[in-house]
Design a protein around this ligand. Structure first.
Ligand code: FES
Length: 786
């Protein structure tokens, strides 16, 4: 067959059943991405005879004899950009950039009428990062980028030209020769023991290289959650375990010459299970005599915390007005468009190398070294460009099994999770039940706050203690009140584990606390804004009542009062009204405080070198997954060294090539690693100044900067919505959305704005649409974007 792809004729024979997406990637068109393989996300969009199609849905043979254009062939000539690519660059219309090639291909095919109705036109094109506002700006030809150098300027992302050209290399865009593929057989039961596994039939199939079971697993226990201190997460997980604690847990892995062979191998494994009683909710799990998810423990509560100041019971009894209610939040999946994936191999020296989608390359290296009894210098972990994380990639979910397969076979091995696996066998936001009791005087002054949090952490304890701690700390710290009590419990259930997710517990508890504050305001006859204004913390207050060391948290700046005023003013002045008498219109608001950086330490080092051509090379360990760290680090170094960001080359996220970094989460990519870069650049500037003169020699100059993220500081956010609700159908329309962020010193306004817009879009999803539902058998029922 003959295929015309990006102007070049290829004679090739697609495999039976092969889709156009995989066919094009095998032809080297790596800008064609996989986000779902179900036609939902649009990451694989290409043009066939000028029409945009989801290439995962098109059989490859159908493209024979037709004109196929991918992102690599969209530009009018080599080295140039298509106008839509230029517009995306100018608007900074991407964060991780994984959706960007498909999004650009979709937009490039829109006519004027379609461009005027973007929500409809982009229905089949998902972006999890941007919230679409910057994409709308790109389509409208609006720019967000500033060319002037300096901190506080919206400098463009260094990777921008590669991202819009589809040339940025994500995790799976590097393909070592001789690659094997891995697929995993997963538990159909929420709770079971493996009595026997018969792999003989699977091993005998053509193309099978290895079948791995619990008998092959290293004995060590670990946690998939990654922190600077490994003991922060309970070690309760094995690479492959005989005991299965949730439907979807790994049972066995098949390594084969092709994905299809590995899938066939999985189907041929015969497993005998002993099914055990399961507990699917915290209520069931905490009943006396409930089955234990981890029988080596005394109960199913994996972490708890208790703290109080004053006398809450007396204050509630004496309050003029009391409100108490329980608020429940559901599981939500991160849904980064790049699923978890890793490729591993042995280098020429026999060292283990893992290229993976991670926010924490150094912590992953150290975990792999411990797990396989290797010295850390025998392991290298590299993160290429990572296609979104939102906390989900602060876990080790693929690297351990890939490493086992590489060490067992001696060959390169790849494992890419399907979207279904991403929904059913990774992690989610913790579902929580939060009971809030508030007592206040008639004038609205808070007399008592009591909060009880029950967090469903699922089958394993990764991030359970940290999320519980963080989720209770700042939410109760936002309000000044002499009597506060918080009790929190993280409970195991036989369900998919929860884990780190943007906000790290606060999304759930803020929802509860702010809802309770609104109800209290209603009872008091006060506006929600006024009730907040009368009670929020102010500089000088002790902020964190449950923290063991409250004074490690400081006000970096204080703009909460301005945030409240701004949002109130813009909502009051909103002209949006009900579309018709069938609609009711209402305003809502919420406020939040978040302290940056994990409380138990975070380290970063930066190394910067002056190059002979007057440019600089900056090496940082922190990862780039759409958080904008690369751009900001270049800006920081450039500002200190008196140059422009484009003269600073940033190398990052490679444990061989960069200095240590705990990882990118909790704002640390800029707050901690950025400080290390600031210090390194400052030192280099001092060295350069010392050498100044006619005989100065720059090439040998190199400086190191270190930061440990202490003290931590807080940021504030206030958000207001005006919504219309249809009286009969319940349909909700958002008429106005206003966000005010007291973010401290904003390094790059366009990126800060993008983070806010993306966060708001995720919040709307969590509030109105997204629900990872567990069925009566413990399986995740909602296993696709649709
Ligand atoms: Fe769109 Fe990350 S930029 S998914």
């Amino acid at each position: 067959m003959s295929f015309l792809v990006d102007g070049t004729v290829h004679g090739a024979e697609p495999r039976p059943g092969q889709c156009l997406r995989t066919f094009l990637r095998e032809l080297g068109r790596l800008g064609v991405k996989k986000g779902c393989d179900a036609g939902d996300c649009g990451a694989c969009t290409v043009h066939v005879d000028g029409e945009p199609v989801h290439s995962c849905l098109v059989p490859a043979f159908r493209a024979a004899g037709r004109t196929v254009t991918t992102i690599a062939g969209l530009a009018p000539a080599p080295g140039e950009l298509h106008p839509v690519q230029r517009a995306f660059l100018e608007a900074g219309a991407f964060q991780c950039g994984f959706c960007t090639p498909g999004m650009i291909m979709t937009v490039a095919a829109l006519d004027q009428a379609q461009r005027a109705d973007l929500p409809r036109a982009l229905k089949g094109s998902l972006c999890r990062c941007t919230g679409y506002a910057s994409i709308a700006d790109a389509v409208a030809g609006r720019s967000r980028i500033e060319r002037e150098p300096g901190i506080g300027r919206s400098a463009p992302a260094p990777a921008g030209p590669d991202v819009v050209a589809g040339a940025a290399r994500f995790t799976l865009d590097e393909v070592p020769p001789g690659l094997l593929h891995m697929k995993v057989l997963r538990s159909p039961h929420a709770s079971a023991e493996i009595v026997a596994v018969d792999v003989a039939a699977a091993a005998a199939l053509p193309g099978i290289v290895a079948v791995l079971t619990h008998a092959d697993s290293p004995p060590h226990l670990f946690s998939t959650g990654r922190h600077e201190h490994p003991a922060d997460d309970p070690p309760d997980t094995r690479v492959l375990d005989r005991v299965l604690r949730f439907a979807g847990q790994r049972v066995a892995a098949v390594v084969a010459e092709s994905e299809a062979a590995a899938e066939a191998g999985c189907r041929a494994i015969a497993v005998t299970y002993r099914v055990l009683p399961a507990v699917l909710t915290p209520e069931e799990a905490t009943r006396p005599g409930a089955p234990l998810v981890h029988p080596d423990r005394a109960g199913n509560v994996v972490a708890e915390l208790h703290g109080h100041i004053g006398d809450v019971a007396a204050a509630l009894a004496g309050a003029d007005v009391v409100h108490e209610a329980t608020y429940r939040s559901q599981r939500v999946q991160h849904a980064h468009l790049e699923t978890h994936a890793a490729t591993g191999w042995l280098d020429a020296d026999g060292r283990l190398v893992v290229r993976t989608a991670t926010q924490v390359p150094f912590l992953t290296r150290d975990a792999l070294a411990r797990l396989f009894d290797l010295s850390p210098d025998r392991v290298r972990v590299v993160a290429g460009r990572v296609g979104g994380g939102f906390g989900g990639k602060q876990e080790m979910l693929t690297e351990d099994l890939v490493a086992l397969a590489v060490l067992r076979t001696g060959r390169p091995v790849r494992w890419e999770l399907t979207r279904r696996e991403q929904f059913t066998a990774t992690t989610s936001r913790h579902a929580m039940a939060v009971t809030v009791a508030l007592g206040a005087a008639r004038d609205g002054t808070l007399a008592a706050i009591r909060m009880r949090v029950v967090s469903d952490t699922g089958a394993y304890g990764n991030h359970a203690p940290g999320v519980l701690h963080h989720g209770t700390n700042e939410v109760i710290g936002l309000y000044r009140c002499p009597n506060k009590q918080v009790d929190g419990y993280a409970v195991h259930t036989n369900t998919m584990p929860a884990g780190a997710f943007r906000g790290y517990g606060l999304s759930q508890t803020i929802f509860a606390m702010e809802s309770a504050m609104d109800e209290l305001a209603r009872k008091l006859g006060l506006s929600p804004f006024e009730l907040r204004r009368r009670n929020v913390v102010r500089p000088g207050d002790d902020m964190v009542s449950t923290s063991s060391s409250p004074h490690d948290v400081v006000f970096g700046s204080y703009g909460l009062d301005q945030c409240l005023a701004l949002v109130e003013e813009r909502l009051a002045g909103a002209a949006e009204a009900a579309p018709s008498p069938d609609w009711l219109v209402g305003d809502g608001m919420a406020s939040a405080m978040i302290d940056t950086i994990p409380p138990r330490g975070h380290r970063a080092e930066s190394r910067i070198r002056a190059l002979p051509d007057g440019r600089y090379e900056l090496r940082v360990g922190t990862a780039e997954f759409g958080n904008g760290a690369t751009t900001t680090h270049a800006q920081i170094a450039a500002a200190v060294l008196g140059t422009s960001p484009d003269r600073v080359t940033v190398l990052q996220s490679d444990t061989d090539a960069t200095a240590y970094d705990t990882g990118a989460y909790g704002s640390t990519g800029i707050v901690v690693a950025g400080t290390a870069t600031l210090r390194a650049a400052t030192e280099l500037a001092r060295m350069i100044a010392e050498r100044a003169g006619p005989d100065r020699e720059l090439p040998a100059l190199e400086a190191l900067g270190h930061a440990d993220g202490s003290p931590r500081s807080v940021a504030f956010n206030v958000h207001g919505f005006r919504v219309a609700v249809h009286r009969r159908t319940g349909e909700i329309r958002i008429l106005r959305s206003i966000h005010a962020a007291d973010a401290g010193r904003v390094m790059n306004p366009a990126q800060c704005r993008g983070q806010v817009e993306g966060g708001v879009a995720q919040a709307i999803g969590a509030a109105l649409y997204e629900d990872l539902r567990i069925g009566p058998d413990g399986r995740v029922e909602t296993d696709a974007f649709r």
